[in-house]
Write a protein that binds this ligand. Structure first.
Ligand SMILES: [Zn+2]
Length: 216
């Protein structure tokens, strides 16, 4: 599947927190999966891309079985069974789902923090305490009945619960294109490289780019 993904032109590569913050932590795949979901134009995603995303970041790591359908409030559900009719519109589903994810993440970095999505994930057990290689971690535990945005948010939530300060200090969301990225400092307006006038180098250039996260 990875080979299939690599044949596609990456829309952009995501940036992830410095590995010095999360040193070789196995949970980094959760963040990678969450960022991969937010990558590329939703109009470029096919149902198979969505199935592949579930397989790679949720099913293979053992977080959840693949749900029969992907659902989101106010969007027609999309069947994830290749033998069945798609049902809904993948682009519409992804657009609504991402919109909800972005709104939740903005709350984390807002001047007046709104972290209700973390509490919702905790109370509904979409994240749970676990131990990984002898270390306490928060583990995403989404269920097949969860809507797509809640599944994605469970991946973000597990990482944010383990290092909330890092996310609040470095997480950026481009105000123009809503791209998610990480900067050394957030002392200026949040615009990604593409939407920032060229003025030499900035903090983003010194950060690690995860080449695996090149899902269009
Ligand atoms: Zn942008």
């Amino acid at each position: 599947m990875r080979d299939t993904l690599k044949t596609k032109t990456p829309h952009r590569s995501g940036t992830v927190p410095s590995l010095s913050v999360l040193p070789n932590h196995p949970s980094l795949i959760w963040l990678t999966g969450a960022l991969a979901f937010m990558e590329g134009s939703p109009f470029e995603w096919t149902r198979q891309d969505l199935v592949d995303w579930f397989t790679e970041y949720l099913v293979s790591p053992g977080l959840m079985p693949r749900p029969p359908i992907a659902r989101e409030p106010d969007a027609t559900s999309v069947s994830l069974d290749p033998r069945a009719d798609c049902g809904g519109n993948v682009a519409e589903l992804l657009t609504r789902s991402r919109r909800r994810v972005i709104a939740a993440l903005r709350g984390i970095i807002a001047p007046i923090v709104d972290d209700r999505f973390l509490n919702a994930a905790l109370y509904s057990s979409r994240v749970q305490r676990a131990e990984m290689n002898g270390r306490p971690v928060w583990m995403p535990s989404p269920r097949e009945t969860n809507c797509l945005s809640d599944i994605v948010l469970s991946l973000f939530a597990a990482n944010i619960l383990m290092d909330r300060e890092y996310f609040q200090a470095h997480l950026c969301i481009c105000k123009t294109c809503e791209r998610i990225f990480f900067r050394q400092s957030r002392d200026r307006e949040d615009t990604c490289d593409e939407h920032t006038p060229l003025q030499g180098t900035d903090g983003a250039t010194s950060e690690l780019r995860l080449t695996a996260n090149t899902r269009r």
